[in-house]
Design a protein around this ligand. Structure first.
Ligand SMILES: [Zn+2]
Length: 565
């Protein structure tokens, strides 16, 4: 490809709207262009990378026994209503009406469609197992699109679905996919970490994510310093520090003028925050929920949502709290009625806590559960954090950030039961098919690859997904010999099947080298009057500082070797 003809221009300035390194670099290299919030065009260089990623994924899915098919983006909303997942996805689901006022959804994922399809085609256990996949466009109405290709509303995804006769079969399919995913990331030059995850709106029991560790990642990962335990903070468990229990003392009212937050109250009464009880209010599917948790611990909203089994969860507003007769800043679980109370299990150790008195600027000392108040549910709804104990060993937990580049789920049978995807077992009995699903977002994988592979000059593409392998860079083209040799070399390398980006512009060496570094093509081949003095070209790898002179004769074979290494 001649750069003079390439669609998409590099730019020197860092675009103001870009909040992550990959977003900045993908805009500066002219690879993507925004159409709307979370909606992007891929220009030719990005499209080449995406197709390479796609081919790697397809190859690994096929090797694992997957069969590729294609399902429609347009899906009848009734199908989603049958499984109830229209509510689980909520506003994330793009819904539209056709000319007959029939409601359709733009597929955010394809479990419904494929389960129905499989129910038409599978009769007996002999038809199982099945691994079916597609690489196709998905739509999710994200509340906060961000980070360029990291969180978008329209994206290409590889979604594979496994169908097995029993749990053991599902476990085998799951392990096969974990291996296939590892292969995909290794080939794309991405070191990843497998972490336990929450299954969210997709549903099911076990779920894992592959994470690329990155400062800009929006997911927090909790992991153990000593064992293999790693989990998304949404899912992470931890051993909470236990408080010493003591003799329950009598309740005592205490004035706390000007102290409302846990921090202020603890400071005012000179007690550690862990000796206070915090009240947090949520609205779950329209209903007010009173959450009680130890003062030094934060609520994990995903865990709370799972405990409440609700579709929508948000913090209550001050007005909603006041309307329920609760005094904000001094809210108390004592004497509360008509509101569901959910407590974190952290309140079950220790004694004589400070809690609100439900009177302005007043708190209570020596509050003890269950002596002074009762709750509807006690569960682990705490956010694990660095410094907590590991749930699997005696190590300490640490925290980092990552970009999720793959998510796999053991779905079980809840979808096949709802959609009548049954099969006849070996003994003639009818059973629901056991399902799993496995997704990789291609654009996000591309962005994560840039987050992992860049320096202060630009992108450093891993060779297997680089848009081109060779940056052919003639300097001082007005020297007719340089021009002639470069043109000849370009033709020769192309004929040999090498992927060459030919910088045929009349630009200074500085501009050309800067663009070569910014675009991150793995091997730069420079032709200049100086190299031609010895009938050579200069070869430089993007990832290294050193250059070497290599004779023109046999150059195609030498470059092929470099690409194979
Ligand atoms: Zn551990």
């Amino acid at each position: 490809m001649r750069i003079s003809k390439l669609f998409g221009k590099t730019q020197r300035e860092v675009p103001a709207e870009a909040d992550t390194v990959s977003h900045q670099l993908l805009l500066r290299t002219g690879m993507i262009s925004q159409v709307a919030a979370g909606v992007y065009s891929y220009l030719p260089l990005a499209w080449r990378v995406l197709r390479k990623i796609e081919n790697i994924i397809r190859d690994e899915m096929d090797k694992a026994g997957g069969q590729e098919l294609s399902m429609p983006v347009l899906q009848p909303l009734e199908l989603w209503q049958e499984t109830g997942r229209d509510l689980a996805f909520g506003k994330g689901l793009f819904v539209l009406s056709d000319r007959r006022d029939r409601k359709l959804a733009l597929g955010p994922t394809h479990e419904e469609v494929i389960t129905q399809l499989v129910s038409y085609n599978v009769q007996s256990y002999r038809d199982l197992p099945l691994l079916l996949y597609q690489i196709q466009t998905k739509f999710r109405d994200e509340p906060r699109p961000r980070g360029g290709l990291i969180r978008v509303r329209e994206f290409t995804m590889k979604d594979l679905y496994s169908f097995d006769a029993d749990e053991a079969g599902l476990n085998q399919s799951y392990d096969k996919m974990l291996q296939a995913y590892r292969n995909v990331y290794a080939r794309c030059g991405l070191p990843t970490l497998l972490v336990e995850a929450d299954s969210g709106a997709i549903g099911g029991k076990d779920s894992h994510e592959y994470m690329v560790i990155a400062e800009s990642g929006e997911d927090e990962i909790i992991y153990c310093s000593k064992c293999q335990y790693a989990a998304n903070v949404d899912k992470a468990q931890s051993i909470k520090s236990k408080l010493e229990s003591g003799e329950p003392l009598p309740l005592e009212e205490v004035a706390t003028p000007g102290a409302a937050s846990i921090e202020e109250v603890a400071r005012f009464l000179k007690v550690p925050q862990s000796h206070t009880l915090k009240a947090v209010f949520y609205i779950a599917d329209g209903k007010l929920i009173f959450v009680v948790i130890r003062g030094d611990i934060e609520v994990n909203e995903v865990k709370l949502k799972n405990v409440l089994n609700c579709f929508e969860l948000r913090l209550a507003t001050e007005t909603e709290i006041m309307d329920a007769g609760i005094i904000a800043g001094a809210a108390s679980p004592i004497g509360i009625s008509g509101i569901k109370v959910v407590a974190d299990d952290s309140i079950t150790s220790g004694a004589n806590f400070i809690a609100g008195a439900n009177k302005p600027e007043t708190h209570l000392r020596n509050v003890n559960h269950p002596r002074d108040f009762s709750v509807d549910v006690v569960a682990d709804i705490a956010k694990a954090r660095a410094g907590d104990g590991c749930p699997k060993c005696d190590g300490k937990l640490l925290s980092t950030h990552g970009i999720e580049v793959g998510h796999v789920f053991k779905l079980g049978t809840f979808l096949s039961e709802k959609l009548d995807a049954l099969f006849i077992g070996a003994k003639g009995e009818s059973r629901p098919i056991v399902m799993g699903c496995y997704g990789i977002g291609l654009g996000r994988l591309l962005a994560a690859a840039v987050e992992q592979n860049h320096d202060d000059k630009g992108i450093t593409w891993p060779l297997p997904i680089a848009p081109y392998h060779i940056y052919l860079c003639p300097l001082y083209r007005e020297d007719s010999k340089v021009s002639e040799v470069a043109e000849g070399l370009y033709g020769e390398l192309e004929a040999e099947g090498l992927e060459v980006l030919f910088d045929d512009r009349q630009e200074s060496p500085g501009v050309k080298f800067n663009d070569a570094d910014l675009l991150g093509i793995p091997i730069r081949v420079t032709v200049s009057p100086r190299t031609l003095e010895t009938n050579s070209v200069e070869i430089k790898r993007r990832s290294e500082k050193e250059t070497q002179l290599v004779p023109l004769e046999g150059i195609a074979a030498r470059l092929k070797e470099l690409i194979r290494d």
